[in-house]
Design a protein around this ligand. Sequence first.
Ligand code: FBP
Length: 262
Amino acid sequence: MLPDADAAISRDGTSLILAYDHGLEHGPVDFAPNPETADPERVFDLATHDAVTALAVGKGVAEAYYPSYDDDVALLAKLNGTSDLWMGEPNSAVNWSVDYAAELGADAVGFTLYGGSNHEVEMAEEFREAQEDAREHGLGVVMWSYPRGQGLKNDTSPETIAYAARLGLELGADVAKVKYPGSTEAMARAVRMAGPTKVVMSGGSKADDRSFLESVAGATAGGAKGLAVGRNVFQRENPVEILDALEALLFEDASVDEALEH
Ligand code: FBP
């Protein structure tokens, strides 16, 4: 972790990363609740909201849309990803190089690591290359640290999430994005394990407003420095409303009740 390596994708040290790699990771099914979000332009527009500190997308979407948003949106280039059509042990294909991401104007890079998968070794080696290339370009590195695979019994247990956060530190990520382990105490442990690597919470499948905001508040009370969220924003009928609430919660010290009033 390098000091301030995440500055380009955070605000006052906290990140709200809008994740939009779902078309690859899950497929069109994720756009069903809000069909207009199949159009990347709708989500790039959302990413211009003041609350959003970066937009995470894959290569093809960045190539096609980022040139029009270069001035208004920070690009988090999600370097690897695999479709839900793949049925093997968890793995993720590296789809673009750091050099090309930098050429397209990336502000940081993102990389999924499935610790515990039978493919962990090759994924860690690919991560090493991406992390070192990112250093050469002065780009921050966000690890989607998702332990899963044959060896894992519970991929959101406090112990697993603490380990996921620690992998971020051990392998040189500036930010480790982990699932919410269910309580502030468990998140605090993960944050301790990550040392100087910042921990952000992963949004997860769509929940009602209050439970979602409570999990965000629980994570930040445990020391998480924000979140990376996709479905809990773009699957909502009014995504701007939840971004307003997240802005209040993350950047304006609002309580969950106050944020809900936004
Ligand atoms: P969500 O907030 O929608 O969970 O998005 C975060 C994210 O990490 C995306 O970047 C990715 O597409 C998705 O979750 C992967 O989810 P999973 O592998 O757990 O199905």
